[in-house]
Write a protein that binds this ligand. Structure first.
Ligand SMILES: [Mn+2]
Length: 299
């Protein structure tokens, strides 16, 4: 065992910002499938930080283009406090979402303590949307726009974060993006901000080199990794709410190799997981075990 860490595990069982119910079950399922025990077996001191508020997605007629924004704010601010406590305790943190909006709570807490903190956004999507670039109203894929304070972002959610902007473009790396899954508005925002991008094909081709390029581009500050499981090839690892990533992107072994390189870096502090819908793997239950094992090995 190369190194052991104190790791606080926090659940964020909310699908309020998602497209449908399901992701709120992920923290419970990952705990049941032994994530804490697996980390302890690897020698880490593991503390169960408990869960934030439980929210199950339902349509929100009052906020058609920012569905369930008030529940999302409650979830994000609770996570911000929980992650902050763990960071103040010098722990590493594993956040079990939930939706990709967990990255907001994580980065609000981390940058409040380290203004130069960075984020590796490991996702098939860029999550740079605003209510002006999409009509579906899911806050889920607007998270990075909120962190970067992109014009048009939902003000009340942005204002719930501790700093403004939480992130500057030079401290973000989009990792695992599928260019075909990027909206026109996202492409415009991404290019105008000059965000660093590694595509899913590049991660799959050489996971280690791709991760090392991310690390070389970051400064001295700490960083978090957000992992949306939709970055994975769904035909290898059917975990994600979004079933569209079929036969493209890194498989679980390739993504795990990149993740391990990133997590080994001394600047790494927080890993958050989002968009895992446990109903997707009912026909292939072993994939959750493979995923839990990959997380434990990376950390
Ligand atoms: Mn995604």
């Amino acid at each position: 065992m190369a190194r052991t860490r104190k790791i606080v595990v926090i659940g964020a069982p909310s699908s309020a910002g998602s497209y449908a119910a399901g992701q709120e079950q992920a923290p419970r399922v990952l705990r049941e499938r032994g994530i804490l025990e697996r980390l302890r077996q690897r020698g880490h001191e593991v503390v169960d930080g408990g869960d934030g508020p439980l929210h199950i997605w339902a349509p929100d007629a009052a906020h058609p283009l920012a569905q369930n924004v008030n529940q999302v704010i409650a979830s994000v601010t609770a996570l911000d406090l929980q992650v902050g406590e763990a960071l103040d305790d010098d722990a590493h943190v594993l956040v079990l979402g939930g939706s990709c909006l967990v990255a907001l709570g994580v980065m609000s807490a981390l940058t409040a303590r380290a203004p130069d903190a960075g984020l590796v956004y490991m996702d098939r999507h860029s999550d740079l949307n605003t209510p002006d670039t999409t009509t579906d109203g899911a806050l889920d894929w607007m998270g990075l726009a909120l962190l970067l304070d992109v014009p048009g972002s939902v003000r009340e959610l942005r204002d719930a974060l501790r700093t403004k902007p939480v992130l500057t473009p030079d401290r973000v790396h989009l990792f695992g993006v599928d260019p075909a899954a990027t909206t026109g508005g996202e492409r415009r925002i991404r290019d105008s901000l000059g965000l660093a991008v590694t595509t899913g094909s590049q991660v799959a081709a050489d996971p280690r080199a791709a991760a090392e390029r991310v690390l070389a581009g970051f400064g001295a500050g700490p960083f978090a990794i957000h992992l949306d499981v939709d970055v994975l090839d769904f035909t290898d690892a059917p975990l994600a709410e979004d079933t569209g990533g079929r036969n493209t992107g890194p498989d679980l072994a390739e993504a795990a190799e990149a993740l391990a390189v990133l997590c080994r870096d001394p600047r790494f502090r927080v890993l958050s997981v989002g968009e895992l819908n446990p109903t997707r793997s009912v026909g292939d239950p072993r994939v959750i075990d493979r995923f839990v094992d990959a997380l434990a090995r990376a950390l």
